[in-house]
Ligand binder design. Structure first.
Ligand code: AMP
Length: 290
């Protein structure tokens, strides 16, 4: 397995693989890889695809005061893990390679980027959509795999690909959790032991909503009853919590139209860490918690 830093090297390797008739797959990441990322690599590398894992901490998706500088980085460790899991190439470009001097073009997805995380991170999805479209143009994969843990991100990317007629299939993969139920995230490294205990209220809350759904409860107000109060007691700041339409990501209300499989989604700060998680009711397995 090769690690390359330039678009030229990347394209040469991809061209060679395509010449041999291989399918090309892409897994975009910001590195500090964990089992969640590696489950995407497993999926992308199936059927003998030539699998590119990009490792790039994308500066344009971080707002002022966010964790760009302290975001965990470990390229050597990441490359070892990728090789072990069957990736073909790690693409780890420098910022100047991705954003040449004078870059002035952005991909903006409207509407679905305004709520949920978009309301708290105003430049985030513009940065995400731009870097993902750039990576898709650099690699030109047949398929690209993303995690459902970042559900809004997945919808943003699906929209950009559809609206810009990009010739790639986007796949969403299930959220991988630690045994205590916490969704894996590179940012979990910031949590102290005490933070982590408090953070567990997030998967526990999602599990309770999922249980109510499984018991046949369908009214948003009843599914959510008491859960937000419980979250607010345990976390340091709750950005959002609620039931959302999984297509347009609008909040579900008591009198609104019924949705077949609503999304329960949460974003909360615990210590210095901002955590997000979600479960699509009747689709995702409820988090297993103690
Ligand atoms: P990141 O490095 O955080 O930008 O994530 C890169 C990709 O991995 C995104 O598609 C994420 O949705 C996905 N991902 C991150 N955490 C998980 C997880 N716990 N389970 C499944 N996919 C994940």
């Amino acid at each position: 397995m090769q690690t390359v830093r330039t678009i030229d090297e990347l394209r040469t390797a991809v061209r060679r693989a395509r010449g041999k008739g291989r399918t090309i797959s892409l897994v975009p990441t910001m590195g500090a890889l964990h089992e969640g990322h590696l489950s995407l690599v497993d999926r992308a590398a199936g059927d003998d695809a030539f699998t590119v894992v990009s490792v790039f901490v994308n500066p344009t998706q971080f707002g002022p005061g966010e964790d760009l500088e302290r975001y965990p980085r470990d390229l050597e460790g990441d490359a070892r893990l990728c090789e072990r899991r069957g990736a073909s190439l790690v693409f780890a470009p420098r910022a100047r390679e991705v954003y040449p001097e004078g870059s002035r073009t952005w991909v903006t997805v409207e509407g679905i980027t305004e709520g949920l995380c978009g309301a708290f991170r105003p430049v985030h999805f513009r940065g995400v959509a731009t870097v993902v479209v750039k990576l898709l143009n650099m690699v030109q994969p047949d398929v690209a795999v993303f995690g459902r843990k970042d559900f809004q991100q997945l919808r943003v990317i699906e929209s950009a690909v559809r609206d810009l007629n990009l010739p790639v299939r986007i796949e969403g993969a299930p959220t991988v959790r630690d045994p205590d139920g916490l969704a894996m995230s590179s940012r979990n490294a910031y949590l102290t032991d005490a933070d982590r205990q408090r953070a567990l209220t997030i998967p526990r809350t999602l599990a309770r909503a999922a249980l109510r759904w499984e018991e046949g409860m369908r009214e948003p107000a009843r599914i959510l009853e008491g859960l937000e109060e419980n979250l607010v007691r345990r976390v340091d700041r709750l950005d959002y919590f609620g039931l959302y339409d999984p297509e347009d990501l609008g909040a579900l209300t008591a009198n609104g139209p019924a949705v077949r499989h609503p999304l329960v989604a949460v974003a909360a700060h615990v210590g210095v860490t901002r955590l997000i998680d979600n479960v699509q009711l009747g689709v995702d397995p409820p988090p297993r918690v103690d």
